[in-house]
Design a protein around this ligand. Structure first.
Ligand code: GLN
Length: 311
């Protein structure tokens, strides 16, 4: 088990160094509400498998999950609908195009490459909305709260949701294109609405690090000791995080940091290191691939110092 004092001091040192990188990169503005976030915020959390939560930096910072919600949605879908049904709608291969690219879909007219790009996640949302009906968002918020161990209960940030939903030309284009090709066989606007709500769930790095630790702990939340997902589901999700977690920078990140992770355009990265810990970092400015510049650096440094590399 990890030495907590050493881990805390490593987080503090990493936060101090990486905070200086918040001037590099640019925060996302295509969702107007994301442009209002203070770009200098930096927070880092680690959760060990014996249930210690350690954080550093702006630990009170709250932000939307964005694409990190795709980890939770996939976990939920696998538990509720099963592996075969989920992977009859999406693949599990990395994507060499940006997360919102329409090109691959048009070239192959096939199912989305994986559930962590927008097209794949919109299909997951449509599938869940159709199977579970109007209560789906409450069920998923409850699942997300249990997976993150958040006692007050996670909720959708309505401002982010409205901002995202009213400026979503690109995601609408993806969804309607998939509907025309038959890849998305569910009601388009319902699929999108659930997708936007899931992206807008508000969290802190402590919540995300517990989510990562739950997967790293073979599906059992190390804080509450509740089994959230099966061992098989945790391995499936971690496998996809390993190869598809940072969009078209997943290969580069695997070489640089070597840990299963998932990023979001709010500037967060959540990591699940099997048998060791969950990690999460938040810093809004993004590099050209849409990943947090300071966040990638922080995870890489922690991976090296703690010898987490395992991909
Ligand atoms: N809500 C964002 C979008 O659909 C999520 C993308 C991301 O985090 N990469 O564009």
């Amino acid at each position: 088990m990890e030495n907590k004092q050493e881990l805390q001091s490593l987080l503090d040192r990493t936060a101090a160094v990486c905070r200086s990188l918040t001037g590099s990169g640019r925060q996302a503005t295509y969702i107007p509400e994301l442009a209002t976030v203070d770009p200098s915020l930096f927070a880092l959390s680690a959760v060990t498998l014996d249930g210690a939560v350690l954080s550093s930096g702006d630990i009170g910072a709250r932000f939307s999950m964005q694409s990190m919600s795709k980890v939770m949605s996939l976990s939920f879908a696998l538990e509720r609908l099963g592996y075969d049904e989920v992977f009859s709608h999406v693949g599990m291969e990395p994507c060499s195009e940006p997360f919102n690219s329409i090109m691959k879909l048009e070239m192959t007219s096939d199912t989305p490459l994986n559930p962590f790009i927008n097209s794949g996640s919109i299909i997951m949302a449509g599938l869940l909305a159709e199977r579970l009906g109007s209560g789906v968002i409450d069920e998923m918020l409850d699942f997300a709260s249990r997976m993150t161990g958040n006692k007050s209960g996670l909720a959708v940030n309505e401002r982010v949701y409205r901002s995202e939903s009213s400026t979503a030309d690109r995601n609408r284009a993806l969804a309607y294109f998939m509907h025309s090709s038959g890849a998305l066989s569910f009601e388009v606007e319902k699929s999108l609405d659930l997708y936007f709500r899931l992206c807008s769930i508000e969290v802190g790095t402590d919540d995300l690090a517990v989510m990562g630790a739950t997967l790293a702990n073979a599906g059992k939340n190390p804080l509450t000791k509740e089994t959230i997902v099966s061992v098989d589901t945790s391995y499936t999700v971690i496998g996809i995080m390993s190869v598809c977690g940072l969009y078209d920078e997943s290969g580069w990140f695997a070489v640089k940091a070597g840990v299963p992770a998932k990023s979001g355009v709010s500037g967060g990265i959540v990591c699940a290191v099997p048998g060791r810990m969950g990690l999460a970092v938040f810093s809004p400015p993004l590099g050209k691939g849409g990943n947090s510049v300071a966040g990638v650096e922080a995870v890489s440094r922690l991976s090296k110092e703690l010898k987490l590399r395992g991909i």
